[in-house]
Every structure is written in C-alpha cells, then in structure tokens.
Ligand binder design. Structure first.
Ligand code: ADP
Ligand code: MG
Length: 267
C-alpha cells in the first residue's frame, strides 16, 4: 500500500537526484504497468528509458542551439531532383556523419544558389543529432573573430574554444577575399583543425582559384589545401540557382494570378 508519505518521499528523492522526467512520468507508468501486470524490472526499465530519452533530446537541443546555425535547413527539405548531378547516395551517407568521427572534411562546391549552405547546415544539424559539437561560421565572420581575438590577445583562448568542437561549418569561403592578416589567421585555423576537427566548407571557387581568396599567397594556400584535402569528400553542385528558379516561379505565378484578376475585372 502506497501512503502519501511514500509519494512525498519518492518525489523528493527524484528531485534530489535530478530525475525530472521520472518525476513527471511515474504516475502514468505506474498505472500502465499495473494494468498490464508488468514486472517491477520492466516498470523500472521503462521509467529509466523515458529519463534517458528526455536527456538525449535536451542535449541535442542544446547542441543545435550552441551551433548557431543561421537557418534551420534540413536534408528532408532538400529537393535532390533540382541538382541531378549531385551524388545523392553519397550525400545521404555523409549525413550519417561518420566522416566527423574520422575527422575528415567535407567541401560543397558550386555556383551561388545551388544549395551549398542548405546542405552544410543540414549536415551540421545531423552531426548535432548524433552527438557532435558543431559551430557555424561564415569565412568572413571567422576571420573577424580571429582579428578581434588577436587585438584582445585572446587568440589562444579562442582556439581553445574551437578545439572543443567536433565539426565546424565554414560557409562562403571565396566570396570575400581576405587581406593578408585574415589569410594568415585562417591558415592558422586550418592548421589547428587538421586531423582534430572536421570542417564542412562551402565555396563557389574551385581549389585552383583559392589563392585569390587568401591574399594571393600561393604558398600559404598550397599548404592550407594540403591539410584540408588530406581526407576530404567533395560534393559538387551544378545547375541553376534554386533561389532564382523559385523566385522566377513566384513571379510567374504572381503574373498569372494578376492576369486572371485583370481578366475578371474586365466587363
Ligand atoms: P548557396 O549556399 O549555394 O548559395 P543556398 O543553400 O543558400 O545556396 O540556397 C538558396 C535557397 O534555396 C535556400 O533557401 C535553400 O534552402 C534553397 N535551396 C537551394 N537548393 C535547394 C534544393 N535543391 N531543394 C530545396 N531548397 C533548395
Ligand atoms: Mg551559401
């Protein structure tokens, strides 16, 4: 027979042990298990499972938040038929994020609007879900953060914070050319990540054109590419801009519906 004192004590113990899901769920699980005549072990296992699942979901939420993705793009929303030349099965396999365990890198290469950032974010989010710590930067924001850290004599501290990550997304490499200091900082960044942290990079430039981004420094870019491409998966996105296509579609639909309205208004 369960007394009120039992219940109060149990709830206090669960609070002390910080088991909020068990605390919230146990009355329902008690009822279900009593109805099914379940064993004590299965009751306890079910309750523990609920706590573990809730904790895992919370940890994933925390990792997704800490990654600071600018948008919540998912692989399920990606229309592969828009980029038929993209190796879909390779993309799906990469989204399992074993490459992060192997500390390999991933490069999305293609013209603007072809879905590089979408896929980089989706892969980063998938990595968060399997338990990796991820952070999103644009190449320009990363160079700026290095510059600020340098000015404040905090580079070591900043790099230590990066070392805690399993994967780093560097978006839009090549859009904005870096000056000499920016190039040197990013070279330091690539060196530090080599075999320690996976990089997920999006770029509009083939590797041969990277020196232009890195202040025209061929030697530094060569050394950087050497590290980056030691273990790399490259996915090329060819095709027209999805952005442009969808905005043209919207404009066309808009014109058509405007056309219909005009027709209706005619006497
Ligand atoms: P990029 O980084 O290559 O310039 P984005 O990933 O930013 O391109 O894509 C531009 C917009 O189009 C985004 O809103 C993105 O979600 C969408 N998009 C691009 N390609 C696809 C696709 N194949 N399926 C669904 N949405 C796409
Ligand atoms: Mg982009």
């Amino acid at each position: 027979m369960t007394t009120k004192a039992n219940t109060l004590l149990l709830e206090s113990h669960l609070k002390t042990l910080r088991l909020p899901t068990m605390l919230a769920e146990y009355p329902g699980v008690v009822r279900q298990c009593a109805e099914r005549d379940a064993t004590y072990e299965s009751f306890f296992e079910h309750l523990a499972e609920l706590e573990v699942n809730a904790r895992a979901a919370k940890a994933t939420e925390r990792r997704l938040k800490q990654a600071r993705f600018p948008l919540a793009k998912e692989l399920s929303e990606f229309d592969f038929s828009a980029v038929p030349k993209l190796n879909k099965s390779k993309m799906l396999q990469l989204a399992r994020c074993e490459f992060v365990d192997e500390r390999a890198n991933l490069v999305f290469l293609g013209a603007p609007g072809t879905g590089k950032t979408h896929l980089a974010i989706a892969t980063g989010r998938a990595a968060c879900r399997v338990g990796h710590r991820v952070r999103f930067f644009t190449a320009a924001s990363l160079a700026n953060l290095y510059r600020e850290a340098w000015d404040d004599r905090q580079v070591l501290r900043f790099e230590a914070s990066l070392r805690r990550l399993d994967a780093i997304v560097v978006d839009e490499l090549g859009y904005v050319p870096l000056d000499k200091t920016g190039a040197e900082h990013l070279f330091g960044f690539f060196s530090q990540c080599y075999e320690q942290t996976s990089l997920i990079i999006t770029t509009n430039l083939p590797f041969a054109e990277w020196p232009a981004t890195f202040a025209g420094d061929e030697r530094l870019t060569g050394a950087l590419l050497d590290r980056l491409t030691h273990r790399v998966h490259i996915l090329e996105l060819r095709g027209d801009s999805y952005r442009l296509k969808s905005s043209m579609k919207t404009t066309k639909q808009g014109n058509q519906s405007r056309g219909r309205t005009t027709t209706k208004q005619q006497p």
